[in-house]
Design a protein around this ligand. Structure first.
Ligand code: GUN
Length: 298
């Protein structure tokens, strides 16, 4: 069993991004810039946004966090996004999810300029992805593809089970894997909350690669995984752990201790997909900047 080390692979990817940022800065006279909109005080969201901003700085990408209060109105958040769209020094915009429940996130996502949508969440980018057109792909699925690619794993002709159909991971993950490309060309099955348990187990047992993105600790158990399978765990659920200073630990969807010995490759949680998501966001910000300066459409 080989651990798919997202921390190490993401560091290599970020180093490539940093080199390219330095080159483009010398050509264009400024570095790319990411703006992150954070609404409210959800501690996990605040942590993620801080990590993203820190990773930007380390790659030479400038960053700005626009922090709005938890009771910000839909109109206030809309105005913020519109201002960032118009600001020519901002190349990438993200609105950190989840938003407070009184806000309509679909309405807000539709406002982000597709060329600045470095999360790849807008209908334009999701549509372009589904059609196999040039797009900014969602950060987590693109990060998973890059994790596999950089570790010499191909998906062509392989049976891949994606567990979860979220707009952020499951759906776009399936779209990427189905593309006619050297890191697509997979035979994809998507399982979700309406998939009967026996069906889920049969599909997983039949799969060369399992990608689980549900947020249900321990969902993927050893008897559901075939020997030699590749398992990618996207779950990051905070579970109480009084032995930790923070009072919690991050749990993946996979029963790691029992599943790992059966796998050829497996991602840890934390240190697997998480760092790749951030590296992917930086890569998309660089891509958005490059496309803007090359005059090509997003
Ligand atoms: N919340 C959980 N994951 C993500 C992500 O990739 N982007 C944003 N904006 N919010 C998230």
């Amino acid at each position: 069993m080989t651990l798919l080390d997202g921390k190490k692979t993401a560091a290599e990817w970020r180093a490539d991004t940093a080199r390219r940022v330095a080159l483009l800065k010398s050509i264009h006279g400024r570095a790319p810039k990411l703006a992150a909109v954070l609404v409210g005080d959800d501690p996990a969201s605040a942590t993620y946004v801080r990590l993203k901003a820190k990773a930007c700085e380390e790659c030479g990408i400038r960053s700005r966090i626009v922090h709005l209060p938890a009771d910000a109105t839909q109109q206030q958040v809309r105005d913020t996004v519109r201002r960032l769209n118009r600001n020519s020094s901002v190349d990438g915009i993200i609105v950190q999810l989840p938003l407070p429940s009184h806000l309509d996130y679909k309405d807000l996502l539709q406002l982000i300029s597709p060329g600045k949508d470095v999360d790849g969440f807008t209908p334009v980018n999701i549509g372009r992805l589904a059609l196999g057109m040039q797009c900014l792909p969602p950060a987590t699925p693109a990060g998973i593809i890059e994790l596999l690619r950089r570790n010499g794993i191909t998906t062509r002709g392989r049976r891949v089970a994606v567990v979860g159909r979220s707009n952020i991971v499951g759906r776009p993950m399936a779209s990427l894997l189905m593309l006619k490309s050297d890191m697509g060309d997979a035979t994809v099955t998507v399982c979700h909350s309406a998939t009967p348990q026996y069906e889920l187990e049969a599909i997983l047992r039949d799969s060369d690669i399992i990608i689980s993105a549900v947020g249900a600790p321990g969902l993927v158990k050893a008897h559901m995984v075939r020997p030699g399978a590749i398992v990618v765990d996207v779950g990051t659920t905070r579970v109480d752990d009084p032995s930790r200073k923070s009072g919690y630990r991050l749990a993946g969807d996979v029963d790691f201790d029992n599943v790992a010995p059966k796998c050829s490759y497996i991602t840890p949680v934390p240190g697997g997909v998480g760092p790749m998501t951030i590296a992917s966001l930086l890569h998309n910000t660089l891509t958005a900047f490059e496309r803007k300066h090359s005059g090509r459409k997003s």
